[in-house]
Design a protein around this ligand. Structure first.
Ligand SMILES: Nc1ncnc2c1ncn2[C@@H]1O[C@H](COP(=O)(O)OP(=O)(O)O)[C@@H](O)[C@H]1O
Ligand SMILES: [Mg+2]
Length: 302
């Protein structure tokens, strides 16, 4: 990487102070690149005869070598516009808008994964939820998981142990206009899952997450605890394959340890890696930045 010094690596992120954003800046500087952080919501897109421009706080942004989008789920729609806009300006982007939006809808993501031969928990989505018994049966009976299609950090993932609970949860979310799916509860995972971080087709770090007592969701935001793990090759291959199928260059892959091997639950296109770096002691930020800079160089030369 000879031209690193002149690389302007742009991180799309709401705040410089967020752990993962701050670590990406640090890693980019350590590699001799010039990182800049752009608040996605403060970007203005201009499309016109004189070409597309991206204005940031009113000033045209030029000369970006590569962009790492860190788009939170609360701003997915505008974030996708900005990523698409940068793409139309031919700026190399690590994670395309198409791949990000595919991963944001849990059912869409599982559809693509199953079609590609990756195992997922049995999942059902229905517009007509009157016959709740049929839907619960379709995912293998009770208890079953009910989740928001676009939830994150464990919020919006629920477990129903009775048919009445299932009906109440489904009716509540449906009446609130929230899209949900029902899912087979992988009981044997018993509050544990695996998070693999894939960068450029390679797992660069992995941890096992264990939910706290009395909780089935292992998200660190829900009090789960991460510990380093050497992935079984089957899990490693599954994570890499899932990332490839969805088309994400960088992502977190959440997998349950089913009786018959990995079951992928979801892919996170802007994975926070504070927990992973702390659990493993690995430098995940440098892996991401290095990949982004390689992408920039490859786009320039090819
Ligand atoms: N089908 C399932 N069976 C068992 N546990 C599950 C299942 N789905 C989710 N979980 C638990 O809930 C957590 C959050 O689910 P996930 O689908 O990853 O949603 P989020 O986007 O909120 O992280 C998982 O990490 C896992 O611990
Ligand atoms: Mg998750």
């Amino acid at each position: 990487m000879s031209r690193v010094r002149h690389e302007r690596l742009c991180i799309l992120s709401r705040q410089k102070s967020l752990y993962s954003t701050a670590r990406l800046i640090e890693a980019a500087q350590a590699l001799g690149a010039s990182p800049i952080v752009i608040d996605t919501l403060r970007c203005t897109m201009v499309v016109g005869d004189d070409g597309s421009k991206l204005l940031y706080r009113g000033v045209s942004v030029t000369g970006l070598s590569v962009v790492i989008p860190r788009i939170g789920t609360s701003i997915t729609a505008y974030g996708m516009q900005v990523v698409n806009h940068l793409d139309s300006m031919r700026v190399p982007i690590v994670n395309s808008a198409h791949a990000i939006s595919r991963s944001r809808d849990k059912v869409r993501c599982l559809q693509v994964l199953t079609a590609g031969g990756v195992k997922v928990p049995r999942t059902v989505m229905a517009n007509d939820t009157v016959h709740i018994v049929r839907l619960v049966d379709a995912v293998g009976g009770l208890p079953c998981i009910i989740k928001l299609l676009r939830g994150t950090q464990g919020v919006g993932v629920m477990i129903a142990t009775t048919m009445t609970e299932a009906r109440t949860i489904v009716d509540t979310f449906t009446s609130l206009g929230q899209e949900i799916c029902l899912q087979e509860f992988i009981a044997e995972s018993s509050g544990r899952d695996l998070r693999a971080l894939v960068v450029g087709g390679r797992v660069v770090g992995a941890m096992r997450r264990q939910a706290r007592a009395g909780e089935f969701r292992s998200n660190l935001h829900r009090g789960g605890e991460g510990s380093p793990v050497t992935l079984d090759p089957v899990f490693e291959e599954t994570a890499v394959k899932a990332a490839r199928l969805i088309g994400l260059d960088i992502c977190g892959v959440d997998m349950l340890e089913g009786r018959d091997g990995p079951r992928v639950m979801e892919l996170n296109s802007s994975p926070g890696f504070e927990g992973l770096e702390h659990a493993t002691g690995q430098d995940i930020a440098t892996e991401m930045v290095r990949f982004a800079l390689e992408r920039a160089a490859a786009m320039r030369n090819g």
